[in-house]
Every structure is written in structure tokens, then in C-alpha cells.
Design a binder for this molecule. Structure first.
Ligand code: SF4
Length: 436
């Protein structure tokens, strides 16, 4: 029996791809190792979105190569593998194998070659690839990621994803339903549908609205989340499906990237600030309890102080509950490389600090207003510290609750008793209060 150690960096799509890779390899008799020492295969599933993510991986490869012994294969998979391909073989001499996101089907064969001393890079795009025939190996738990779409057809100028993951393609609705039904039969009650622009999902017959409705009919699925949607793909029918499918949660992660129309144009985002805010309003009108989180990039080439002020002000205008904030990271191979007007790093850092202050202050204010309210939570996992459990509301608030490990997967009503600003504490609640 061969053992594979795999580390995952980056987004939820990579987490789902790691489960897929384990599924592909399980079919060939591999089991998952719980430490790199002694594993026959060492894989790093990588992200290419920011330069520092890639630097971390290079550093980690250096550490992992210490665990190599004769016959051990060290491989890089995922977006960085796709972006750099054979260059990675040159740059890190101990790496035996480089495989992009469309090549996982070939992993068993490639691993065999690599064990025999043949170093290979497989970075071919296979736009037909859905991996429909490989069951994923998932950690048991009440929640699961389900990839419904791979690749991206949009061309945001800062983004390497269209290069690393190829063109957009959607799985057939019936296949997604079958997978989710099997998950529900195994005890999963919450699924997160994954795609780069997940709400542009279309399998040739059915769109994202139909997919949401179909998910809502699966017995045992009590919560549906999705990430990441694209603002202008929230058609009226998608919003209606969200509002009328009770399992769809009251939270949307809706990347805005910038609040400035001129920056959005340079990023080649397909909306204006005004259109983005309209979409937020349309969703909020249909689902008044909804919360929004977002992604924001500061220091995009040419960003002026006035343009940055528009980004600061959209945090309040949209009423974000949370935001993932980043300094622009130049990516070779993206159109933005050609925009020469770079923002000095110290200016970008100072703007990022100001943005974080605004986001945190707003999150604290909004969260403090929820203390005392009663929510239904799904208990997900033990908290990192202490012996509390981490549970989540439909609005995506994380709540620390004093419950035993055996409560994982259960739904409870909790009253929020306090907040650190981002996370809540909660106590089990039995009285009859409105549950949110
Ligand atoms: S929509 Fe834009 S940011 Fe998102 S994956 Fe596609 S190109 Fe990248």
C-alpha cells in the first residue's frame, strides 16, 4: 500500500481538488499519510494568485525535500504548477513532477514514471475535464465543498486564474445533484458550491437558478452556500431562486475588488461601482437578513488617492460585514503587467492598513448589534483553542459554543453573548425567541 502526503494552499477550490486527487489515487491503492516522513509521494497543491503564496510554496518544497528517500516522488500540483510548468523542474531540482489542474486523471501514471526517475510536467488544458468518474475522498463532517464549475472565461487584468485553470466549464446539473444526494446520505447537511464565477454556471440546459432550486430539493441538505459569485451574474432569476429556496444561506461573498470606476475599468471588471451597489440592494431587498463579505485589492497600478477613497467609501455604502483585503501582487502573464504606473509599496501598505481599520471598525459595529440575538447554528468543529466548539449561523457568523465534540453536525439554537469583533460567543438557548 503506497502512502501520499498532500499539503493544500490557496482557495476552497484547491481544498476540493485535494479531495479529488486523493480520490484519483485511492483508486490506485494509495492511502493518505498523516505525516510527510515515510510517505511514498509528497504533493503540494499550490496557489498562484499572489507572489507571496508562490514564495511560501518554494520554501516549503525545500523543507519537504528533506523527507525524500530513493523512490519517493515530490510533486507540485495546482495553479502554480500550471503557471510555471517545466520552469519549476528547473528551479527546484528535487521536484519530480509538475501537474496542472486538468492533469489529475493522469497522476497515477505520472507518479509511476517519476518513481522510475522520469521528471515530467503535465500542464495541458483539457476543457472537457470534469473528473465526473472520480469520487472525492473527503474528511467526514457535516459540511462539504462541491465543485460545480471549473475555469474562468472572464479576463480580469490582475488575475492569473484564466491562465492556470483554463476556460469555464460547468458540470451537468444531474451529476451535481447525484453527488450532493450521496453526501446527504452520508450525513452532510451543508454544501458549498464552488466555481470561479459560480453564478454564471450553465450546463447547456440549466443555469445557476435551476441548480440552486435542485439543491434545495435534496433530502437532508439544510444549508446551501456558494462561492465566488460574479456581481453581474446575479440575474433576477438567480436572486429569486436564492430567496425562495429555504436552504440557501443568508450570506454572499461578493468580490468587489475596488470601489472606483476607473480602477474597475483598468481591472476589466464588468460593472461599475453603481451597478455593484444595485446588485447588493437587489439581493438585500429579496433577502433582508443577508450579510455580505468581499475581496478588495489596494494599490492596483495607477491607483490614486481619490480612487482609493472610493474603495474606502464602498465599504460603508455596501454595508460589508467582512472583507478579505490584499495588496496588489503583479503576476507575470496577466494583462495588468503592462500597466506601468505602479503604486509604491509603502503607499500600498499604508492604504491597506487604512482599509483594514475601516473594515474592522465596521465589522465590530455590525457584529456588536447582533449580540443578544438568537440564531440557529451548525456545529462544525472544535475551536483551535480551549474546549469549545465552532459553529456557524446561516449569516456566516462564527460562534464559539460550549458543547461536546459529539455535537459536531448538530443544529442548535444559541443566543449570542459577546463578540471579539469577528467571532462570537454563544450560549445554548431554549426559550422561545425569534430564531434568525
Ligand atoms: S472572474 Fe476575474 S478574478 Fe475571478 S477568477 Fe475570473 S478572471 Fe479571476
Amino acid at each position: 500500500m503506497k502512502r501520499v502526503w498532500i499539503e493544500t494552499y490557496g482557495c476552497q477550490m484547491n481544498v476540493a481538488d485535494t479531495e479529488l486527487i486523493l480520490g484519483v489515487l485511492a483508486g490506485e491503492g494509495y492511502t493518505q499519510a498523516d505525516q510527510p516522513e515515510g510517505a511514498d509521494v509528497l504533493l503540494v497543491n499550490t496557489c498562484a494568485v499572489r507572489d507571496n503564496a508562490e514564495q511560501r510554496v518554494i520554501g516549503r518544497m525545500g523543507e519537504l525535500q528533506r523527507h525524500k528517500r530513493p523512490g519517493t516522488v515530490l510533486g507540485v500540483v495546482g495553479c502554480m504548477a500550471q503557471r510555471l510548468g517545466p520552469i519549476l523542474l528547473e528551479r527546484v531540482p528535487k521536484v519530480d513532477l509538475v501537474v496542472g489542474p486538468d492533469g489529475y486523471r493522469n497522476l497515477p501514471e505520472l507518479l509511476g514514471h517519476a518513481a522510475g526517475g522520469m521528471r515530467t510536467a503535465d500542464v495541458e488544458y483539457r476543457s472537457w475535464e470534469h473528473y465526473e468518474d472520480f469520487p472525492q475522498v473527503r474528511a467526514a463532517g457535516p459540511t462539504a465543498f462541491v465543485t460545480v464549475q471549473r475555469g474562468c472565461d472572464y479576463r480580469c487584468t490582475f488575475c492569473i486564474v484564466p491562465t492556470t485553470r483554463g476556460p469555464e466549464r460547468s458540470r451537468r446539473l444531474a451529476d451535481v445533484v447525484a453527488e450532493v444526494r450521496a453526501l446527504a446520505e452520508g450525513g452532510t447537511s451543508e454544501v458549498t458550491l464552488l466555481g470561479q464565477t459560480v453564478n454564471s454556471y450553465h450546463d447547456g440546459t440549466d443555469d445557476f437558478a435551476a441548480l440552486l432550486r435542485a439543491m434545495g430539493t435534496v433530502d437532508g441538505i439544510r444549508r446551501i452556500r456558494f462561492t465566488s459569485p460574479y456581481p453581474t451574474d446575479f440575474t433576477p432569476s438567480v436572486i429569486e431562486a436564492m430567496a425562495t429556496t429555504p436552504a440557501v444561506c443568508d450570506h454572499v461573498h461578493l468580490p468587489v475588488q475596488s470601489g472606483s470606476n476607473s480602477v474597475l475599468r483598468r481591472m476589466r471588471r464588468r460593472y461599475t461601482r453603481e451597478r455593484y451597489l444595485d446588485v447588493v440592494d437587489e439581493i438585500r431587498s429579496a433577502m433582508p437578513a443577508i450579510t455580505f463579505s468581499t475581496d478588495i485589492i489596494v494599490g492596483f497600478p495607477g491607483e490614486t488617492e481619490d480612487e482609493f477613497a472610493d474603495t474606502l467609501s464602498i465599504v460603508g455604502a455596501a454595508g460589508f460585514d467582512d472583507a478579505y483585503t490584499f495588496k496588489y501582487s503583479v503576476r507575470e502573464g496577466t494583462p495588468a503587467v503592462k500597466i506601468r504606473d505602479h503604486v509604491p509599496d509603502d503607499v500600498a501598505t499604508e492604504r491597506l492598513d487604512r482599509l483594514i481599520d475601516v473594515v474592522r471598525a465596521q465589522a465590530r459595529r455590525r457584529n456588536a448589534a447582533h449580540v443578544g440575538e438568537v440564531y440557529e447554528v451548525l456545529v462544525e468543529r472544535p475551536a483551535r483553542r480551549g474546549d469549545m466548539m465552532l459553529a456557524r449561523t446561516r449569516r456566516n457568523h462564527m460562534v464559539l459554543v460550549d458543547l461536546p465534540t459529539s455535537s459536531i453536525g448538530e443544529y442548535h439554537k444559541v443566543q449570542l453573548t459577546g463578540t471579539t469583533g469577528s467571532t462570537f460567543t454563544g450560549a445554548l438557548h431554549h426559550a422561545r425567541l425569534a430564531v434568525l
